[in-house]
Write a protein that binds this ligand. Structure first.
Ligand code: AMP
Ligand code: MG
Length: 269
């Protein structure tokens, strides 16, 4: 069993600064690179079978505040994977065309097809997070979305898409340090946006939005995992472990050879 457990019926779930720090007993404290490499090898092995089998898909949703480590998690957990096996979709502010469609239109279009591991860097959950915090649509409209999201994911799951949702949870102090780091390091300057400070100023509103999201949309078919993400190595380990175990439980199989084709064995001229 993976160290991190899914949220089941998380009524009244609270995101606290303490919850951003790991209190798990991880092998070598989750510090050793070899432990993560082992998990990555396990993921690669299953991903290859998933690709060959081409019957089912895995969707990994990554949500979190600015600097929570969405890009880092993708690099560390999936970065070594054969690119043929996975696909990353990044969700920015909707374009004018996307805004003319229903909000799930752009999401459905990038759900991984059978055989692929899809990774969402942000996701359809922005539509109950940033949209709620800044009232980009009226409350009566975004309130309907929890049910839409559950129904949407239920349909995907019924159609062979296994869904894992990770909320990368950082503390306010850790975010402050990471924002400062982006300003201090020329290689990271481009990642810093003034808008990030505006989002930070409404930290508590985001906390409330995340808490309600977790409470309303952690389902049996698409559970949320809250990842203590103040420490990057722990974050990577915990996510990789859930992904590896989920793929192993899916147990994708290499297709058997076609008997007619196999009859040529030893006879290929
Ligand atoms: P980044 O992840 O730093 O590249 O920033 C992407 C930005 O797009 C974030 O500020 C998100 O909140 C914003 N964004 C993503 N999806 C939506 C959405 N559906 N509506 C409004 N803003 C969004
Ligand atoms: Mg950003």
């Amino acid at each position: 069993m993976a160290t991190l457990k899914p949220l089941i019926e998380p009524k009244g779930y609270r995101l606290t600064d303490d919850g951003a720090k790991s209190n798990f007993d991880l092998p070598k404290g989750g510090e050793r690179k070899e432990e993560l490499e082992e998990l990555r090898d396990r993921i690669e092995k299953q991903a290859q079978a998933l690709s060959a089998e081409q019957r089912r898909a895995l969707l990994v949703v990554l949500q979190g505040r600015d600097t929570a480590g969405k890009d880092g998690t993708i690099r560390k957990v999936f970065g070594d994977l054969n690119p043929a096996y996975c696909r990353v979709a990044t969700f920015k502010r909707p374009t004018p065309l996307e805004l003319r469609h229903d909000y799930l239109w752009r999401v459905h279009a990038v759900v991984p097809p059978a055989g692929v591991i899809g990774i969402f860097n942000r996701s359809h959950y922005e539509d109950v997070l940033v949209v709620r915090v800044h009232t980009l649509v009226p409350e009566k409209d975004w309130r309907l979305r929890y049910q839409h999201l559950n129904d949407f994911e239920r349909r995907l799951s019924d159609c062979g898409v296994t869904i894992l949702k990770f909320m990368l949870h950082i503390s306010k102090e850790e975010q402050r340090e990471r924002l400062e780091e982006r300003l201090a390091d020329p290689a990271k300057n481009w990642k810093f946006e003034v808008g990030d400070l505006k989002e930070r100023a409404v930290w508590d509103d985001y906390t409330a939005a995340y808490e309600e999201m977790l409470e309303r949309t952690s389902t049996i078919w698409a559970p949320w995992y809250v990842v203590p993400a103040d420490k990057k190595s722990v974050r990577d380990y915990l996510v990789a472990e859930v992904v590896a175990e989920t793929l192993e439980a899916m147990a994708p199989q290499f297709p058997a050879g076609d008997p007619e084709a196999l009859a040529y064995r030893g006879k290929v001229e």
